[in-house]
Write a protein that binds this ligand. Sequence first.
Ligand SMILES: Cc1cc2nc3c(=O)[nH]c(=O)nc-3n(C[C@H](O)[C@H](O)[C@H](O)COP(=O)(O)OP(=O)(O)OC[C@H]3O[C@@H](n4cnc5c(N)ncnc54)[C@H](O)[C@@H]3O)c2cc1C
Length: 383
Amino acid sequence: MKKYDFIIAGGGMAGLSLAYYLTQSSLRDRSILIIDRDVKNQNDRTWCFWEKGQGPFESIVFRKWETVSFHGTTYSGPIDMVDYHYKMLRGIDFYAFIEAELAKYPTVERKIATINRIKDTPQGGFVIADDEPYIADYVFDSTFALKLDQPENHNLLQHFKGWVITTEKACFDPNYPEIMDFRVEQHGDCRFLYVLPFNEKTALVEFTLFNDKLLSQEEYEADLRQYIDRYLDTGAYRISETEYGVIPMSDETTTENPSDHIIRIGTSGGYTKASTGYTFQRTQRYLQDIVHSLHQTGKPHRKRSWFKGRFKLYDSIFLNVLQKHRHPADDIFTKIYTKNSPRVFTFLDEDTRLIDEIRLFTTMPWWPFTAALFDVLRRKIVG
Ligand SMILES: Cc1cc2nc3c(=O)[nH]c(=O)nc-3n(C[C@H](O)[C@H](O)[C@H](O)COP(=O)(O)OP(=O)(O)OC[C@H]3O[C@@H](n4cnc5c(N)ncnc54)[C@H](O)[C@@H]3O)c2cc1C
């Protein structure tokens, strides 16, 4: 049996990004096998994220904005992102770009197959896909399904349904994506709309919830329709694409390195930011760290500073406030975004200094967050 240097189990966002970074590094002549059950030829998701300057996928960014729009409890209007851009990348463009890049490297092999098993052996990471065995020095696994069910943790879901609509009337301002519009019934949850304009007549309109109960497809659609009818002067409109997704918002500790030859990446590796669900940009950073570590040490383990662990505590406190309904979520987000821009984006990237974090905390309602802090500490100590 051929032994690969690397097997990438799951060629989605994280798997393909990793393959891309490997081929752009000094490791480009290593043998790589990417296994996925699907061919990536659908626009199955759209990624939004913020970034300073030019990123590795700049040439395929579909839209980018310097200012975003926000509708909260006490403020409605633009939020200047200062040094950041809010960027939108379509799944289909990302898959096609990476596909074309990887095709330049004969060392990269693809296999369309369903992975049945991944296990560690003394010889390397072992994968069984469609009953065929494969082995490599390292297996990077983005297919592992997280089990987020420990009661001492917070396990919320970010779930959403969106439509790309084309309207009869010119009703979108292409200069301003709406990152959160809270003008929808909250039902005690956190519910908002995204509106990402492609041009004056086409936009992705997405209804998003943070809670622990999924809705029926009809319920998402009813809210989408109601929002469009109430707030967008569309005239007639046509739905050309649909997007649905569920992202974990959990502070459960995930095992990124379960054994010597297996490394979990992407959502499976716990790369999703628990308090926001944003995953794309963190995945890029973490995978670049892994490739850097492979280059430097021959081992794919990224370095983690213990002091950065404080951001996990902040995430848990925030999830506790949401889960326990300690303060209306629309008001919290209004305070976060309107009193802390652009610091909030640096904070969510976990790049702030402690002093900036304290400044941000002083803009939050103190009692709900203090109560949440004590509850989180109690859960961690008592269980
Ligand atoms: C609709 C949607 C929109 C999102 N929007 C954003 C956003 O705007 N910003 C953001 O930061 N994050 C967003 N996310 C979250 C996150 O960025 C994505 O889920 C991202 O695709 C996660 O990357 P991944 O590689 O971990 O998983 P995936 O991209 O899902 O890749 C996993 C791959 O593994 C394959 N696979 C799984 N099991 C098997 C098996 N047994 N055998 C073979 N192959 C298998 C799948 O086919 C898939 O290709 C979104 C998620 C969704 C679902």
